[in-house]
Design a protein around this ligand. Structure first.
Ligand SMILES: [Zn+2]
Length: 806
């Protein structure tokens, strides 16, 4: 149902105040990033790739975000908190933030596509937000709606629930971003005034001599910086910096720990740690404060943490945050593919941080990462129809996955909305009179300059084609430098640092010319610099080599050892079961000698360049060895387009050699049996013949009974007919230190005899071992079904990686 249909439109009389840059009296000039991005409002894409995404974002993703916020009570929470209707708070305590992000994204849309109905929809919601704000500026609907049966962390008391995840400073951070966007789009102060009242309260509550807590989820730092830009009010910047400096300061508050980057001062943090979205929002806030204050204190930390991410903690798709349980960073080089978390929001946060690092440093390595995460990990997070979303974005899957329409914790869908709406803002930037060309897409940029706009027109089939024509039309002939980004991948460096490299020598070379005359394509900081007096119609031609690249990972990255990822241009590829005759791709081996050919397929996935080649399968034999199997044609599609053709296997990292493949399981008795368990859970891991390196190995699938604790559970094999069995072995899952699964208190083996389950007879007691297969031999029984019965430790659950029977 459309918003307007249900919510009564309330006309609001808002003062329309022009915002800076539209001739209004804005804040006095302040220090900012040395490089100024050309706003997305000045950049129009006319290509097939991004212009289609932008249309879908506006026409589908935007209305479906509004509808979902409405249908899931996210707007009613404001209505109830305002006392306009009676009702209960629903959802997570941070649900306010979702509607703020939707308003931010909708405002970006308004800036480019004026839409009266959309403007009214936003206005009507802003009325509820304003009405839900308490007289002193406090705004957090869960606390206004406390009832005997509902209470957010902290109960009635403000600011004390942050240690338990109240997110009350996180939600208003998104309010501030929304308010800045809404004000820029409409000139109306309605939401801005709400944000400023809230920010004034925050600034008078926290700081030296006042409260000393830090936000449990960073975001407000970015929001306060945006309010500072709009108003020039120093206290917003000061408080943003104070929140950052207060992290890890045990004198001011009870530390929230590594998870929230609050275990040590940020100047001492060695690398990326904890929850990935919190972390990358924090680094973005640190960059903003650096730019706005002109104080370079954070720069060494930002550079150090950046190096840690790109050298040790970045997936080839640009995703960050390997671990699902913490939604966070793992240790160095721990980047499992099948269990990769790579939250869509974390990818977006990395893009925000990368762009800020570029604006601070002018180095294209940051744009290389931005481009990688945009085209791969972020786009994977939203369906091509724009109405379904991934929260985690793994790099491999045995059973496939499906994007969801929405989530109870719905941070990702509105984040996709606001990111894509502003994607044009990453294409160009200026320093002094010089121009940076960072992204390639057909379209036009109007670069604001003192002597009149410079029009830059790109024509290209990027990302499928490497030829880019860039035509400049300055208002009058003018001498300046055009910095053309030469992507790292074009020179065989997929990412800055040593984490990934191209196998073999990079094929093809970069070509650069102006008006047909070659110019040096040698780069400094990743840019080819062309200085000359530019006049109307001058054309730069950039030719990027679009050979298929085999990427291999640093040997320390165990999960990718002996494997290769395929890339062409900025696009990372994957293989999907739907393109394989037997539905399997995880067992494929693509030898280094195999020719791989690109092929544009207009009929597939909205038109994509696929990769074709010959591979072979790897199969496990009954004796446990891995052998070369049948030859296979393979088709690789862009990773972002996976999971659009039904649930099926997927892998980004096929093997290069038989020995490093994930072979198809051998037809063992366990494999040929039907599996069931005492809980309705996926039991696929039990007989997949994938053994972990240890009992807490993240990279290998396991099954578990969590959240059940202290109970007695079972798992059962129904054999294909009666069998004589005498031995079984189990590999137990135990995530001590991370989760709530432990090896069991005890276990035993039962077989079915008639209608009864009878314990087998063993000569030695059952052992329970970690990090290895625990084997038990028993007197032979002839039966159709075997069970293991597992007594869970009290207060803990249990799980298994593998269960074999002989
Ligand atoms: Zn998210």
């Amino acid at each position: 149902m459309h918003m307007i249909a249900r919510i009564i439109f309330i006309a609001i009389a808002s003062a329309c105040i022009p915002f800076p840059g539209r001739g209004g009296s804005g804040p006095s000039p302040h220090t900012d990033y040395p490089i100024t991005p050309v706003p997305f409002t000045a950049v129009e894409f006319t290509d097939h790739f991004w212009s289609r995404r932008l249309d879908v974002n506006r026409n589908v993703t935007l209305p479906c975000n509004f509808t979902q916020c409405e249908n899931t009570g996210r707007i009613d929470n404001f209505v109830f908190a305002a006392g306009l209707k009676q009702g209960k708070y629903t959802g997570y305590q941070f649900n306010d933030s979702d509607i703020y992000k939707v308003i931010e994204g909708a405002s970006y849309s308004l800036l480019v596509h004026p839409d009266t109905a959309l403007g009214r929809t936003i206005d009507s919601i802003v009325v509820f937000i304003a009405a839900a704000q308490e007289p002193d500026g406090y705004l957090y609907t869960p606390r206004r709606l406390i009832r005997p049966d509902y209470s957010p962390p902290g109960g009635k008391e403000r600011w004390v629930g942050m240690k338990d995840g109240s997110h009350e400073l996180y939600t208003v951070g998104h309010l501030y971003e929304a308010a800045a966007a809404h004000y820029a789009a409409t000139g109306k102060r309605s939401l801005l005034d709400v944000a400023l009242r809230s920010a004034d309260l925050v600034c008078s509550t926290f700081g030296p001599g006042r409260r000393g807590e830090v936000p449990d989820h960073q975001e407000i730092e970015i929001g306060l910086c945006k309010l500072y830009r709009v108003t020039g009010e120093e206290k917003y910047l000061r408080t943003a910096k104070w929140f950052l400096d207060q992290r890890g300061n045990a004198r001011g508050h009870a530390l929230l720990g590594e998870y929230a980057q609050d275990d040590m001062p940020i100047l001492e943090q060695e690398g990326a740690e904890g929850h990935a979205v919190r972390a990358a929002y924090m680094y973005s806030g640190m960059a903003d404060v650096t730019a706005l204050s002109g104080d370079g204190t954070y720069v060494p930390s930002l550079e150090r943490i950046w190096r840690d991410v790109v050298n040790r903690k970045l997936y080839i798709t640009g995703g960050i945050g390997a671990v699902g349980r913490s939604e966070g960073f793992s240790r160095a080089y721990a980047l499992p593919n099948f269990t990769a978390y790579c939250e869509t929001c974390a990818s977006i946060a990395l893009a925000l941080w990368s762009q800020r690092m570029f604006l601070l440093q002018g180095d294209a390595q940051y744009v290389d990462v931005l481009e990688r995460v945009m085209y791969n990990a972020i786009l994977s997070g939203v369906s091509m129809n724009g109405d379904a979303f991934f929260y985690p974005n793994p790099l491999g899957s045995f059973h496939g996955a499906e994007r969801s329409r929405w989530f109870a914790c719905a941070c990702c869908p509105p984040n996709v909305l606001r990111f894509i709406a502003g994607v044009g803002g990453y294409a160009y930037a200026q320093r002094g009179g010089d121009l940076y060309v960072n992204l390639f897409a057909s379209g036009r940029g109007l670069i604001p300059r003192p002597g009149g706009d410079l029009t830059v027109t790109q024509e290209t089939g990027y990302p499928w084609d490497g030829e880019v024509s860039i035509t400049l039309e300055p208002a009058h002939p003018e001498e300046f430098t055009v910095y053309v980004r030469v992507p790292g991948w074009a020179a065989g460096d997929p990412v800055p640092g040593s984490l990934y490299r191209v196998l073999g020598r990079a094929e093809g070379s970069v070509g650069l010319s102006v008006n047909g005359a070659p110019v040096p394509s040698a780069t400094k900081n990743g840019y080819a610099a062309i200085r000359r007096t530019w006049k109307k119609g001058d054309a730069i031609r950039l030719v990027l080599p679009m050979s298929v690249q085999r990427i291999i990972a640093n040997d320390s990255l165990e999960d990718d050892r002996g494997k290769t990822a395929l890339q062409r241009g900025p696009i990372v590829y994957c293989l999907e079961g739907v393109d394989a005759p037997d539905g399997h791709v995880t067992d494929l081996v693509i030898p280094d000698s195999a020719a791989i050919t690109p092929e544009f397929r207009g009929d597939l996935l909205n038109g994509v360049t696929c990769l074709r080649g010959r591979a072979f399968t790897a199969e496990r034999t009954l004796s446990g060895e891995v052998a070369r199997g049948a030859a296979r044609e393979f088709l690789a599609i862009p990773y972002y387009a996976w999971a659009h053709r039904g649930k099926c296997e997927m892998t980004v990292w096929p093997a290069r050699t038989t020995g490093s493949a994930l072979p198809l399981p051998a037809p063992t008795l366990a494999r040929r049996s039907r599996v069931s368990a005492s809980r309705d859970i996926s039991t696929d891991a039990a007989n997949d013949q994938l053994l972990p390196g240890n009992s807490s190995d993240e990279s290998v699938p396991r099954m578990h009974w969590w959240p059940r604790k202290g109970t007695t559970e079972w798992i059962q094999y129904d054999f294909p007919g009666e069998q004589t069995v005498t031995r079984t072995e189990v590999y137990w899952f135990d995530d001590t230190g991370e989760g709530e699964c432990r090896v069991p208190k005890s276990w035993r083996v039962l077989y079915r005899s008639g209608g009864d389950w009878v314990p087998v007879t063993t000569r030695v007691p059952y052992a329970v071992r970690k990090d290895t297969l625990t084997r038990v031999t028993f007197e032979p029984v002839r039966t159709g079904s075997l069970r293991i019965e597992i007594e869970l430790q009290s207060n803990f659950s249990a799980g298994i990686y593998e269960w074999n029977v002989e």
